[in-house]
Ligand binder design. Structure first.
Ligand SMILES: [Zn+2]
Length: 164
């Protein structure tokens, strides 16, 4: 789904998704970061580029995935969080494989937090057709060792190969 224009609840500019919108392989994280908001495109800032690079190292082409965020602008207490959660859920309905990065989306769609389940496959009562790999927020790249993210990406890549 193309996201353009402004949020009907808080009037913030909506940030566009990245990659192949027809892909059944989805990468979702909590919200667009500062640079992404400025550029109007998710995963376009320093952290997003670092994530795409790490995905490449694991053998996954970022641009061949549907790359989205749960919040379609920076999180805002004045806005309707449930609307964002539902929009992103619609974007994931056809997915066969999902990499879910960060505690907010893991809490919204599955049963746990990134701390508990990072690098493992989690269940979602909303997305029963998809294999969901949990990982840490990519906003931590550069601040913490990459081990947890790499583990999640390796598992994601392994599941990706199984799809073929
Ligand atoms: Zn809003």
């Amino acid at each position: 789904m193309m996201k353009s224009g402004r949020c009907k609840y808080c009037n913030k500019a909506l940030v566009s998704s990245y990659g192949d919108m027809s892909s059944k392989v989805v990468v979702i994280s909590d919200y667009p970061l500062f640079d992404d908001v400025r550029n109007g495109l998710v995963y376009s800032g320093t952290y997003g580029e670092a994530l795409k690079q790490e995905m490449g190292k694991a053998g996954i082409q970022a641009q061949a995935c549907k790359m989205i965020t749960m919040w379609q602008h920076a999180p805002d207490e004045e806005c309707d969080a449930q609307w964002h959660i539902n929009q992103a859920l619609e974007d994931m309905m056809d997915a066969k494989l999902i990499l879910m990065l960060g505690t907010e989306c893991l809490q919204a769609y599955s049963f746990g937090t990134a701390n508990e389940y990072s690098g493992t496959i989690v269940k979602s009562k909303f997305l029963k057709k998809a294999v969901i790999v949990a990982g840490p927020s990519y906003a931590a790249i550069g601040k913490t060792p990459l081990g947890e993210l790499r583990l999640a990406l390796e598992l994601f890549a392994k599941q990706r190969r199984k799809l073929k």
